[in-house]
Design a protein around this ligand. Structure first.
Ligand code: HEC
Length: 169
């Protein structure tokens, strides 16, 4: 075998192994990208909006102790670092596809995320590992609120309840 052929074969081998290794890394990078652009951090990462998104990934998705108060009660963005840790990748896909949650969680858009993109988000968040504590439990309408919260009802529309389909339950 001449030297040139050996180099070509070696090069081919290296690029094949580089390809094999880059596949999961690509999914993880895509997972990070999807989480970043779909706005999960806006609610599920404390201080994200206040700091203009300048929060290290290590602190992402640890849930939020500040609730959203509306006609549905007070809802708290869940700690996804702990939630996803408790599920397998298949369970996460299934969970997301069937998710219905209180406002302002955009569960309806979450149901539209493709399986492969959901798997990518799972792989990214799994790699970050568990962090933080559970978010406070949901407070039903009229219940005692022990945390800070964002009032999600425009004051000029106090008597408007566009969420009657949820609060009627
Ligand atoms: C506007 C704020 C907001 C955004 C944006 C948001 N969430 Fe949520 N999310 C919430 C709140 C609040 C809850 C709790 C809802 C409840 O009490 O039913 C929640 C609940 C969830 C749950 C349900 C957890 C459970 O145990 O039932 C999942 C999963 C979730 N969010 C994932 C995501 C992902 C992934 C994204 C980005 C694609 C995202 N959320 C974007 C506010 C938000």
């Amino acid at each position: 075998m001449n030297k040139r052929l050996i180099f070509v074969l070696l090069g081919f081998g290296f690029s094949l192994s580089a390809f094999a290794q880059s596949a999961p890394a690509t999914a993880v990078a895509r997972g990070e990208y999807i989480i970043r652009i779909t706005g999960c951090n806006d609610c599920h990462t404390p201080g994200y909006a206040e700091k203009g998104g300048n929060i290290p990934t290590a602190q992402w998705l640890t849930g939020n102790p500040v609730g959203f108060k509306g006609p549905w009660g007070v809802s708290y963005p869940v700690n996804l670092r702990l939630l996803m840790q408790s599920l397998t990748e298949d369970q996460w896909v299934n969970f997301s596809k069937n998710l219905q949650a209180r406002p302002p969680m955009p569960w309806f858009t979450m149901q539209m995320i493709s399986d492969s993109d959901l798997r990518a988000t799972y792989q990214f968040v799994s790699l970050l590992g568990p962090a933080g504590v559970q978010s406070p439990a949901f407070v039903p309408p009229g219940g005692e609120i022990k945390t800070k919260y964002i009032d999600f009802v425009p004051t000029s529309a106090k008597h408007w309840n566009g969420f009657s389909h949820i609060t009627a339950k």
